[in-house]
Every structure is written in structure tokens, then in C-alpha cells.
Design a protein around this ligand. Structure first.
Ligand SMILES: Cc1cc2nc3c(=O)[nH]c(=O)nc-3n(C[C@H](O)[C@H](O)[C@H](O)COP(=O)(O)O)c2cc1C
Length: 361
């Protein structure tokens, strides 16, 4: 194995894994690789992570887990097993700058490539989008249910699946009750609003356009949204009852299901959340393989009151860390912006304390 061959594989894999979903599309990940000693770190980039609510720390770990699941699958199909372990607290500080190391990885010896499987996975990653519009009423078969449980077996998570017929009304009611919390917390809404991209002609590296959230929208709607939901005008939007109307719109969508899933983490701590993210990545990909999609409804797990009410509605004793509606979408979603792979992959020479971000902007 030449080092260069693995570095090329890593760069190619980062360029595809960056299509992973993340909260607000903030893409909080960084990959450091030392070409001399031939090992690297996956890190949370503290400049990019969401901080508007304490619970978003969980979502950052889940998002990094999804990203790393995609990365590891891609690298494996290119012939390299990745050996990795969770970093202890001291090692988490080993990287220069704002990056917190999560795991340290090292490639094994090169083995056979699986070119066809790589091409298929690459296609699936490019086709996968969050879908926030209507889903068909396609039933989830027993076999599909079992597949989802099997996919999650290696990870410290439990999966609960629920149906529109039995839970749609209750979940819609919960959404109507709690979705306004998105706007009520000033810091959280300011942060969310800062990720909304109003100018569709401009290329951004993160966040979402209004059409990613609502489908095609008119110029008038964009201007209205931009002004009416501006964090400085919270008095005006409350007066117009906009948070209530937005919550109602989301609740109507939630009521249509057709299926819901909740993930619980069966262990405490950041490592378990990261590993849950690996599982969530595997689950999201399996849905994509069926031509299905997911619409996370995170407001129900971001605030204690909503989370407790959600657990009670699902008859769960534990509090979920992730909740989504899912099914076969009527229309596919649209691509959201992404960072350039070169801003994610950092070439470091050890000790990694003196990193030289040669490529990173
Ligand atoms: C942990 C997590 C939580 C998310 N929560 C929400 C959510 O509450 N509402 C929503 O519409 N999308 C949510 N998303 C989806 C992201 O907004 C989406 O992944 C991102 O904008 C990139 O778009 P894409 O998935 O279409 O590539 C979440 C994604 C993750 C990984």
C-alpha cells in the first residue's frame, strides 16, 4: 500500500461523505490526516457546531456519526478497513485550533476494491435528500421492519416504529403544541435563521434555501419570510401569529406520517451518541435504498418538555434522541449546499498539536 493511494481514497471518500445530513446542514465535521504516521482523527469543528440550545450537542455527535458511517463504508469499498477507537478526554484536545477529536483512525492493508458497490453507494449518497413534503401511503412490510432492526443491531440504540393510523393525531397535536418553541427561544431562532439562505442564485457552503424547506416558493414568499421571521421582529411575528401558523403547518405534515421512528440511546455519554449516529447513517441509507426518505422533527427532542411528552405519547420510559416521519416520498427532495471537501480534510503532520491546515480555508 502506498500512502498516496490511501490519501487519494480518503479525499474521494470525504468528497462523498460530506453529503451526509446534519442539523441545519451545519456540517460540523473535520478530518485530520497525518501522511507521515498514516493515521487520522475525525473531529467536531467547534466553529461550525450549533450552540443555540444545549440539546444540539447531541445532534452534533449524531451528525458526525452519520458522516463517519458514510466515510467508513466508502473507504471499505475502496479496499481499506478502518481501525478506529474513541478518543479519551485528553486526546480530544490534541488537535490545534477549534477542533475536538472524537475518534482516531488508521487504515488497514489494502484489499480488493468493490467498484460496483462503490458506484452504487456513491449514487445513493448523491440521491439522498431530506424530504419535507408529502409521502405516499405505502405500507412498511414486516420484512422492511426487520431489515431496519437488523441494520441497527451493531449500535447502542433502540428503534421504535409507529404508524399514522395509531399515532398520527397524537403526534400532530404534540407538534402543534411544541413546534412554537423553535421561535420562542431567541438564541436558538437567531441561529436557525442564520442558516436560511434567501438568495437562490448565490452558492453557499451550508444551511438551506427556502425551497429545501418548503418546495418551490415565490419571490414574494421569500421576501415575506425574510422580514416577518427576522429575529429582531419577534414582536411582529407573534402579533401576526406566525409561530402558531408555522407550527400548524408542520403539525399537518406530521399527521400525514405515514410512519414515524424514534431512536433511543441505550448507553450514556458522547461515544454512545456518536455510535448512535453511525446507526442512524446506516438506517438513512437503507431507506434510501428502498427509494424512501426521512423528515426529522427535532423540535420534539430538543426541549425537555416536548421530549418528555413525546416519550409519554410513544409509551417509552427513555427519552428519544432522534425523531422523524418517514416513508416513500411523492417527490424527491432537492440538494442543499455543501462545503468543499478541501475545507473538511486537513493534512497534519504530528504531533497533531502543531497542525498546518494547508488546504483548509
Ligand atoms: C440530527 C439531525 C436533526 C435534524 N433535524 C431536522 C429537523 O428538525 N427538521 C428538518 O426539516 N430537518 C432536519 N434535519 C435534516 C437537515 O436539515 C438536513 O440533513 C440538512 O439540511 C441537509 O439536507 P439534506 O439532508 O437534504 O442533504 C436533521 C438532520 C439531522 C442529522
Amino acid at each position: 500500500m502506498t500512502h498516496t493511494a490511501f490519501e487519494q481514497t480518503l479525499a474521494e471518500a470525504v468528497a462523498l461523505a460530506r453529503l451526509a445530513p446534519s442539523s441545519h446542514n451545519c456540517q460540523p465535521w473535520a478530518v485530520h490526516f497525518d501522511p507521515v504516521i498514516h493515521c487520522g482523527y475525525l473531529a467536531i469543528d467547534n466553529r461550525r457546531k450549533l450552540t443555540g440550545l444545549p440539546s444540539l450537542e447531541r445532534e452534533m455527535l449524531l451528525s458526525c456519526g452519520i458522516f463517519f458511517h458514510f466515510l467508513e463504508q466508502l473507504i471499505c469499498l475502496r479496499g481499506y478497513q478502518l481501525h478506529w477507537r474513541w478518543c479519551d478526554e485528553q486526546e480530544q484536545q490534541v488537535l490545534a485550533g477549534e477542533d475536538r477529536a472524537l475518534i482516531r483512525f488508521m487504515p488497514g492493508p489494502e484489499q480488493a476494491h468493490q467498484a460496483t458497490a462503490f458506484a452504487t453507494l456513491s449514487e445513493q449518497l448523491q440521491q439522498r435528500h431530506t424530504v419535507r413534503s408529502a409521502y405516499r401511503n405505502t405500507q412498511l412490510s414486516e420484512q422492511q421492519r426487520n431489515e431496519l432492526s437488523t441494520v441497527l443491531k451493531p449500535y447502542p440504540v433502540t428503534l421504535g416504529i409507529y404508524y399514522q393510523q395509531t399515532h398520527g393525531k397524537t403526534l400532530a397535536h404534540l407538534t402543534q403544541t411544541y413546534a412554537g418553541l423553535d421561535f420562542a427561544n431567541k438564541a436558538a431562532w437567531r441561529e436557525t435563521y442564520s442558516y436560511i439562505r434567501f438568495d437562490e442564485r448565490r452558492q453557499y457552503e451550508d444551511g438551506f434555501y427556502l425551497h429545501n424547506l418548503f418546495g418551490p416558493v415565490s419571490g414574494g414568499f421569500k421576501t415575506f419570510f425574510k422580514v416577518a421571521f427576522h429575529p429582531h421582529l419577534s414582536g411582529l411575528n407573534k402579533l401576526l401569529r406566525l409561530p402558531t401558523k408555522m407550527a400548524q403547518g408542520l403539525a399537518e405534515l406530521v399527521e400525514t406520517g405515514p410512519h414515524y421512528l424514534a431512536l433511543n440511546v441505550s448507553k450514556e455519554g458522547d461515544e454512545a451518541l456518536f455510535r448512535a449516529g453511525l446507526g442512524l447513517g446506516a438506517l438513512w441509507l437503507r431507506l434510501q435504498q428502498w427509494g424512501w426518505a426521512m423528515h426529522p422533527i427535532s423540535v420534539l427532542v430538543q426541549h425537555d418538555s416536548a421530549r418528555e411528552a413525546l416519550a409519554a405519547s410513544l409509551s417509552q420510559s427513555e427519552l428519544p434522541v432522534f425523531f422523524a416521519r418517514f416513508g416513500e416520498p411523492e417527490q424527491s427532495g432537492s440538494p442543499a449546499p455543501r462545503r468543499h471537501w478541501q475545507s473538511i480534510l486537513v493534512s497534519d503532520t504530528h504531533s497533531l498539536t502543531k497542525s498546518t491546515p494547508t488546504q483548509r480555508g
